[in-house]
Design a protein around this ligand. Sequence first.
Ligand code: PGA
Length: 253
Amino acid sequence: MAERPYIVGNWKMNGTRAMLSEARAIDRAAQRYMKVEVAVAPPYTLIHAVHKEAEQIGVGAQDCHSGPEGAHTGDINASMVADAGAKFVILGHSERRQDHGETNELINAKIESALEAGLRVILCCGETLETRDAGGAETFVLDQLKSSLGAFQDPAERLTIAYEPIWAIGTGRTATTEDIAAMHTAIRKLLDETFGEEASSMVRILYGGSVKPENATEILNTPEVGGALVGGASLSAESFLGIVVGASETEEA
Ligand code: PGA
């Protein structure tokens, strides 16, 4: 594992100001687990408020527009989320790809604008069950990463990859640790080839898809797993902190 395990909560389209107490609880507890890097990505509407509460945890956005400011009703760009207090942005999540038809090309443009705005990037990838059953998971995921990264030149430490098999997101199903290890190893090889081994070692590869306190330690102890991107279980401080505790008990932490 490159650095401290990285546990990121993706709140998706959940959360009003009532959730700020959860953010506060996560932040206070995270101060007891300094060997784990903890972050949350609330909806846009809460980024600034969570940022103001956060002393220890990182705060990020779940997406951003690829362009500069202008006439795009309803959109928010990278410099706007940075201004609100976000330090990173999740890009290429399968729900963005599915709900908004996001292509690898668009995601590549978003990566560029996010880096320009000084943000770190968590780039998501993952295959459908159909693709996995047809034996094409690895090729699909590596192609997705290659085209989303394009000619990525920025220092690799600003990049995190999240492998999230679509069939494991919000379904209660997790991939087997063998499947996770195989995919993460293949992703690492691609990163080694792309950036060279030294720079690649700075890129953490997170696993996402039904991670919860009960399975966190096993998943986080899997080779090449540098942390977790957590959806449903990040919505309450209690379950999210259960995962942080699991991460603090991994061999690398
Ligand atoms: P989940 O979502 O933990 O609810 O499966 C993970 C994600 O989509 O990032």
